[in-house]
Design a protein around this ligand. Sequence first.
Ligand code: NAD
Length: 349
Amino acid sequence: MNITPVPSSSHEEIYCVEDTATGLHGYIAVHSTLMGPAAGGLRMRPYANAEDALTDVKRLSEGMTYKNAAAGLPLGGGKAVIIGDPSHDKTPELLQAFGEGINSLKGRYYTAEDMGMSPTDMAQLAKVTPCVAGLPTGDYASGDPSPITARGIFNAIRTTQKHHCGSAELEGITVAVQGLGNVGWHLCDLLNMAGASLIITDTDAKRVAKAVTVFGAQAVEPDQIYTVEADIFAPCAIGGILNATTIPLLKVAIVAGGANNQLATPQDATALHDRGILYAPDFVANGGGIINVATEILEISDRTAFVDEKLAALDLTLQAILRQAKAENTSPDAVAIATVQAKMARPAA
Ligand code: NAD
């Protein structure tokens, strides 16, 4: 395994991690350790090239700095990516080689699951580094974070709906969900139980068929999800899907979902605001997962109490952000970023 620094003016540290024997090529980005050791998940995707992977890890790790600060966690922002198709290229040896790369940062970065990773994969990393959470078993093991991520998004949907129309009731509301993976599926389950109607899409036809059967959802093709008439759009797949092409197409009042980096550019938050679409900032809406992961990193013995308390506080933070954005006639994203930057300016508070 070779780990080499990648020069950066925006991040504290970035490394390229390679291993010829296992075909590993990935990156670790530590955006900020101001609030504590950097924490954020490991993503495996068949990126088109190294530049795409590097761009993704830089954006995602910066998002983790904001997400962890918004959630009130004593953790900084970091993220890791591996270039490859998780269904073909992921081997125990490759994961362990990447784990050695994480270990060489000596506790400055903690990883966990993100897209393309599972608790079992985290157990492979744990064979070579203690800087891994989201494990299936062991002391403080927190397992798959996605059910708690979905709980946080569900709260954010209710809060945003209440801010928009005075009631958090979801019975009879239509939600368009993009992505039926770990997070999207759990979210659909919660929305279905709350009486919402679902319009769903995924690039995986089997997941779509299952959601139609289980939730009585209406399925649409992946590129149609931006044009459906619904009350709420919940992106739960990839980033960059709120952009100059898609925002003009949306026929929803609210965007609130779990995907990281939903906005292609910061200007897209303004574009949503100008269209009168209320946006729940992704790094606030999807903080549930890292809250759950944090119980393992911070060795919290009463996970349930910690998660409940932090999720409730995150919901209050979102309420305050939405109120301030309304008062200032600006986008909630701009207020959310200012809110976390203020928290980071006084880290001991
Ligand atoms: P996942 O890999 O389990 O699921 C992603 C789903 O999206 C898959 O079913 C995939 O087929 C589908 N998909 C991919 N491209 C698509 C497209 N263009 N259109 C429609 N569907 C598409 O990942 P996940 O863990 O559910 O995470 C989903 C998103 O939420 C990611 O952006 C992730 O970073 C973010 N997130 C996840 C967690 C967590 O706890 N897992 C926490 C915070 C944020």
